[in-house]
Unconditional design. Structure first.
Length: 173
């Protein structure tokens, strides 16, 4: 067999494998929200540095899920509905319909509760969008309202609560 024929056979086999592979599980990670019970809460929402940290840990969770093999769904097409429904923790699972409309099989919502400027906790919940069943949930307390503390908290949650032990069934990547 010539080199060209071998190369063509290898390429054709690769396309066959790609065509038969199952698509990655589609997951939507909604923006983490802040629930400030510290007495420092502003009616205008989170302080600028806390809003930036919320975006930071949301992006981190999305990146870690993508790295784990999930297809992370863009929320931009439904941003107006998401904004209207916020805070998601109070919308009686309305975000499930948004996640379904985005084509996600799994959704993740997150919350940072600020007890004080020193004590915070980061929480998440992962649900099956078809049934609403909770697949995973986790919480971690952090000390210090800094980028480093928030990043360490989300890292711990993803490694030790979200992805370990590995998800199975249709929730697997």
């Amino acid at each position: 067999m010539s080199i060209l024929a071998r190369a063509s056979a290898i390429i054709l086999a690769g396309f066959c494998l790609l065509g038969s592979a199952e698509a990655a599980t589609r997951v939507v990670v909604f923006e983490f929200e802040l629930f400030d019970t510290s007495g420092e809460a502003s009616p205008r929402g989170p302080k600028p540095e806390e809003a930036r940290r919320l975006a930071l840990i949301t992006a981190d969770m999305r990146a870690r899920l993508a790295q784990a093999g999930y297809e992370v769904v863009d929320t931009t097409p439904k941003q107006a509905e998401i904004t209207e429904a916020q805070p998601l923790r109070n919308c009686n699972s309305c975000e499930l319909e948004i996640a379904r409309a985005l084509g996600a099989q799994i959704e993740v919502i997150g919350l940072v509760q600020k007890v004080s400027n020193l004590i915070l906790n980061i929480n998440f919940q992962m649900r099956d969008t078809a049934t609403g069943r909770v697949l995973r949930a986790g919480s971690v307390d952090i000390r210090n309202n800094t980028d480093e503390a928030w990043q360490r908290g989300i890292s711990y949650l993803v490694r030790n609560r979200l992805l370990d032990p590995p998800l199975t069934g249709k929730a697997a990547p």
